[in-house]
Design a protein around this ligand. Structure first.
Ligand SMILES: Cc1cc2nc3c(=O)[nH]c(=O)nc-3n(C[C@H](O)[C@H](O)[C@H](O)COP(=O)(O)O)c2cc1C
Length: 209
């Protein structure tokens, strides 16, 4: 049975990003895989790359040795058959927790060697999900950049973005004049189900293809 790791790089369980990750996971499960979800915000403290360069030579070539909350996550991904990763957009990028995870995941496989720039030999499919207030298409360049990095160092990457998300249940208690709450709720009802379905299909296809 294929084993998929699903990483939630957003803090809010049960909200947009988490729901899309769970839908992708359900798709993978329907195709016969087992899925383990890891919530980065629930892990013990971790950091981004510490620039120790232990991953750049033996005996730990290609492996991050930092023993914090991410250690087991990186190990699990090394043995997994696929990775689902989701993050909300925070200040025009993915979350700080995503970035720390991403630095550690990618840098261990980046060799600084012209002849063999990547030492990862266990390529796995990746589904990258991002949610944002901004409408879809606002972060195409950002997503393409992450997709490119995943494809160079982890494996073939499909992306899914869900824009114009519902950010809170009650907009009336904030003085947020840039939003149209009615349009937000409408988008949640009319557009978000399609995104959940698309996530499901991506999760499914990462197993069956
Ligand atoms: C700290 C912070 C920064 C944000 N910055 C952006 C941003 O730059 N662009 C954007 O479109 N949405 C931004 N958002 C909105 C979230 O990306 C959006 O509400 C997302 O769907 C939240 O995901 P969640 O419901 O899974 O928590 C920000 C939200 C927070 C809390």
């Amino acid at each position: 049975m294929k084993h998929i790791i699903a990483v939630n790089a957003g803090p809010r369980k049960g909200w947009n990003t988490d729901l899309l990750i769970k839908s992708a996971s359900e798709g993978a499960q329907a195709a016969g895989a087992e899925v383990e979800q890891i919530d980065l915000y629930s892990l013990e403290k971790f950091t981004g790359c510490r620039s120790c360069f232990s991953c750049k030579r033996e005996p730990n070539f290609g492996k991050c040795i930092v023993a914090d909350g991410l250690k087991d996550v990186l190990l699990k991904i090394r043995n997994a058959d696929g990775l689902i990763i989701g993050s909300p957009n925070y200040l025009s990028d993915l979350t700080a927790e995503f970035r720390a995870f991403f630095e550690r995941l990618i840098f261990q496989s980046l060799t600084y060697n012209r002849e063999e720039p990547c030492c990862n030999t266990h390529f796995i499919p990746v589904v990258l999900i991002m949610t944002s207030n901004a409408p879809e298409g606002s972060y195409t360049e950002l997503m393409n950049r992450y997709k490119g990095m995943f494809e160079r160092f982890v494996g073939p990457c499909s992306t899914l973005t869900a824009g114009n998300t519902l950010q809170v249940k009650d907009y009336s208690i904030y003085n947020w004049t840039i939003f149209d709450p009615e349009a937000k709720f409408r988008s949640r009802e009319e557009d978000f189900p399609g995104k959940l379905a698309a996530a499901y299909e991506l999760g499914k296809s990462m197993i069956s293809e």
